[in-house]
Design a protein. Structure first.
Lengths: 121, 111
């Protein structure tokens, strides 16, 4: 259970074009999904929190007009990189949050997609 | 602001040896996660630690959490080549839902 998919797994595009990345929770519903980016040999940085039926919450320094997030259903969030430039080249990873239980404790856990490698020429 | 540090950043070890990776964080946390990442891949969940004193083991890996010291450890016993990967801890601060990832530890196990 708790499987998250991403599409595409990799994409190469020309500078100035827009690219859409899809994140799906396959066997559970997720009111909250997250988008991260990861540069080579670095850690994951949270870009934004995607909330079903409402606007995304962006982290400081992330341009919301450049990274458009839509969470139109409980199983799908999309990230559109608009007017992509070479500096946007990165590994983008989404996650979906699910409520879990361990004994008497309940907690939220994020399940990560396989990632999308974006290369902007 | 919650900060998470791991050490070492790089670790090269011989097969059969034991070693520990440390994850320190700066403010009170509700829970802590450990992940493994292989090159070019996404994150694989290893452990979820929910309370002070929690200890979990899976195969050659054992994770523990000391919330008073704001420290988690990932102990590797009798390392094998297949454990070569980058290991991340992620911390959730009290009253928040966001994961703050550590810097990562790149582990290379030499045959």
């Amino acid at each position: 259970g708790a499987v998250v998919s991403q599409h595409p797994s990799w994409v190469i595009c020309k500078s100035g074009t827009s690219v859409k990345i899809e994140c799906r929770s396959l066997d559970f519903q997720a009111t909250t999904m997250f988008w991260y980016r990861q540069f080579p040999k670095q850690s994951l940085m949270l870009m934004a929190t995607s909330n079903e039926g409402s606007k995304a919450t962006y982290e400081q320094g992330v341009e919301k007009d450049k990274f458009l997030i839509n969470h139109a259903s409980l199983t799908l969030s999309t990230l559109t990189v608009t007017s992509a430039h070479p500096e946007d080249s990165s590994f983008y990873i989404c996650s979906a949050r699910e409520r879990r239980r361990e004994g008497l404790m309940s907690y939220n856990e994020q399940f990560f997609g396989p990632g999308t490698r974006l290369t902007v020429l | 602001e919650l900060k998470v540090e791991q050490n070492p950043l790089f670790l090269s070890m011989q097969e059969g040896k034991n070693y520990t990776i440390y994850c320190n964080y700066s403010t009170t946390s509700d829970r802590l996660y450990w992940y493994r990442q292989d090159p070019g891949k996404s994150l694989e969940s290893l452990f979820v630690l929910l309370s002070n004193g929690a200890v979990k083991q899976e195969g050659r890996l054992m994770a523990s959490l000391d919330t008073k010291a704001r420290l988690s450890t990932l102990h590797i016993t009798a390392a094998v080549h297949d454990l070569s990967a980058t290991y991340f801890c992620a911390v959730v601060g009290s009253g928040t839902y966001k994961y703050i990832f550590g810097t990562g530890t790149r582990l290379k196990v030499l045959a």
